[in-house]
Every structure is written in C-alpha cells, then in structure tokens.
Design a protein around this ligand. Sequence first.
Ligand SMILES: [Fe+2]
Ligand SMILES: [Fe+2]
Length: 181
Amino acid sequence: MRDVTLVQIFDHPITQKYVKRSGMAHAIACAYHAFKLSLEHNVNPDMAAKAALLHDIGHYTWYRNGKWDYSLYKENDIHAIKGAERAHKLLIRLGEHPKSAKEIALAVLLHTDSYLPHGELHLKPLQKVVHLADEADEEPSGGHHYRVIDDKKARTMLAKLDQQIDDELNKLTLDELNSPS
Ligand SMILES: [Fe+2]
Ligand SMILES: [Fe+2]
C-alpha cells in the first residue's frame, strides 16, 4: 500500500501550477519511462515514477522582452535545486514517508548535471533511472517542454500508471514471501 498516488500528486495545486509550467506531457511521459526503467534496474517503481513526474517542478521562466532567453536560462538555471525542495515539500504535505520523500527529492536534484561544476557524479540506481527517463523524452531545442496534454487524459494516464505500480509492488511482495530466506 502506497502512502501517496500519482493521481494525488497530479491533483495538488502546486503540481498544477509548476509542473504545467515545464510541461505536463513531458512529466507524464517521463513517469512512464521511469516505471519501465525501474523494473530493468531493480529500483522501486513508485519512487522512480514520482521522481520522474516531479523532476522539472523547479523550472523558472527566463523571458527577456517577451521571448524565452535560452542563454539567460543556461547561465542562471537552478531548476533541479528548486525542484528538489518543491517536490519534497509537496510529498511531505501529501503524507509521503519522509525517507521516500528524501530519496525522491535527491533524484530530482540529480536528474541533470547542467547546473553543476564539471566532474564525475556517481548516481545511485534510482537517480540514474530518473536521469535516463528524462533523456528518453527529450526533444531538440527543449520542444518537450511545450507539448500539451489535456487534464482528463493526463489524469487517466496517471491512474493507469498507479495501477501498474500497485501490481508491480504486489508482485514484489509476493516474490519476497515465496523466496526461501
Ligand atoms: Fe530538467
Ligand atoms: Fe525534463
């Protein structure tokens, strides 16, 4: 039994405001990718889908004279830092376990290294899955941020993914019960 579902996250006004800003269609596509990847990488599918759904929640709009200024964005962007904090606050408010909320927030923080000084980061499997899920849905020139999806379809897709996650978690519990210790 999960503490918080994807649909609950979707319905929250904070998600509606900030995830829509960076693209709900992108967020949902990433959540699906993350779910699939989580099974390949032996990662908790619930945490992977949540982190992917929320990974771009920290985006700010960098406009100059009414137009998106990519260089301004590139130079000053901290969306992963802002997003980690925002995602964490939202999850705690919804009743997520603090341990999971922290893991999800960390995966949001590390989904991109574009704002970090150059170096080698050793990502944990959950963080890697969320990074790969984001990459899998990227379009040239940030086109993925502008794809739209209507609310009804978005909610239905997330309810479907919630069900898939529940099935997967039930299977895992059954496997645990059946495996000799
Ligand atoms: Fe991002
Ligand atoms: Fe993204």
